[in-house]
Design a protein around this ligand. Structure first.
Ligand code: 15L
Length: 274
């Protein structure tokens, strides 16, 4: 965790969905530092509530449960839903119908800001020798990526029509450390994840913004020039891990689409529906 908090702002109640997942478990302890009450939701087991935590299991597909879940929250950090390629049906339920429920719940409860965990797989079919920014057209590499593209469009609609602000965070690869050559470009440390989420929550005005969730890596495919207003300044880099990563993966097959496209191995995932 960063020694000094990213912002001196304190929120009354924040909601974290997908709180039992990999990034959810990481943000659970970190977000608590910035709010009186942290409401946690997931369909998976959330364990026991720590002081200042409220546990609210809820299915994204359940509109009534979502409306209840968003009551009395200042802002939502939405990590919930399917987070890898999968058959279309669960993606449809959680990432499409579920996300619509979340935004309807925000509208009905007057919640004004959502931090939406989008994904780099919205643009996974750009090549690894291209550098893109948030205004380049989407090129999803999976049905999962398509569902995140839907989320970016849905959140833009809720901003234009209802004034609900969203930052779409196109998360790269947020893990304890980069494990392959692709991740030298896509990695984001957990400390930088905290810095980014708190920048998104504390920036005075975000409207509808798109930011790539990456650390200050030397290898760059994604230019965050349109997200400068968020004030996110990554402090970590994949570079200290480079030697170990290159030793582990000395050569790459340049004919393999996973080495050609930014989405990496996701370009091989599926189809599941025969
Ligand atoms: C994602 O969107 C996934 O949720 C995560 O598990 C990683 O695989 C990441 O992308 C990635 O591209 O490395």
């Amino acid at each position: 965790m960063p020694d000094t908090p990213v912002t001196s702002l304190r929120f009354n109640r924040l909601l974290l969905t997908g709180a039992a997942g990999g990034l959810g478990r990481e943000l659970r302890t970190r977000l608590k530092r910035y709010c009186e009450t942290l409401r946690l939701s997931d369909v998976a087991d959330l364990g026991a509530a720590a002081p200042g935590e409220e546990l609210r299991p809820a299915r994204l597909e359940d509109r009534a449960a979502m409306v209840e879940l968003l009551q009395g929250v200042d802002a939502v950090v939405h990590l919930g839903g399917v987070s890898v390629e999968a058959p279309f049906e669960p993606i449809l339920q959680a990432n499409i119908l579920g996300l619509h429920n979340l935004y309807e719940a925000a509208r009905l409860n007057g919640v004004k800001r959502v931090i939406f965990a989008s994904s780099n797989h919205v643009v996974g079919y750009y090549r690894q020798d291209e550098v893109i920014d948030a205004r380049d057209p989407m090129r999803p590499d999976t049905l999962y990526g398509v569902s995140k593209a839907f989320g970016e469009s849905l959140s833009r609609f809720y901003w234009d029509r209802y004034g609900i602000e969203t930052v779409c965070v196109r998360v790269g690869s947020s893990f304890p450390e980069p494990v392959d050559r692709r991740m030298l470009a896509t990695w984001m440390s957990y400390d930088d994840l905290e810095r980014l989420v708190m920048s998104c929550l504390s920036a005075p005005v975000v409207g509808h913004s798109i930011v790539f969730g990456i650390s200050d890596n030397r290898t760059k495919w994604w230019d965050n020039k349109y997200a400068a207003h968020l004030g996110y300044v990554p402090q970590d880099s994949s570079e200290p891990f480079r030697a170990a990563v290159e030793a582990r993966q000395q050569s790459i097959d340049l004919k393999d689409p996973a080495a050609i496209y930014q989405g990496g191995g996701f370009v091989h995932a599926g189809p599941f529906d025969k």
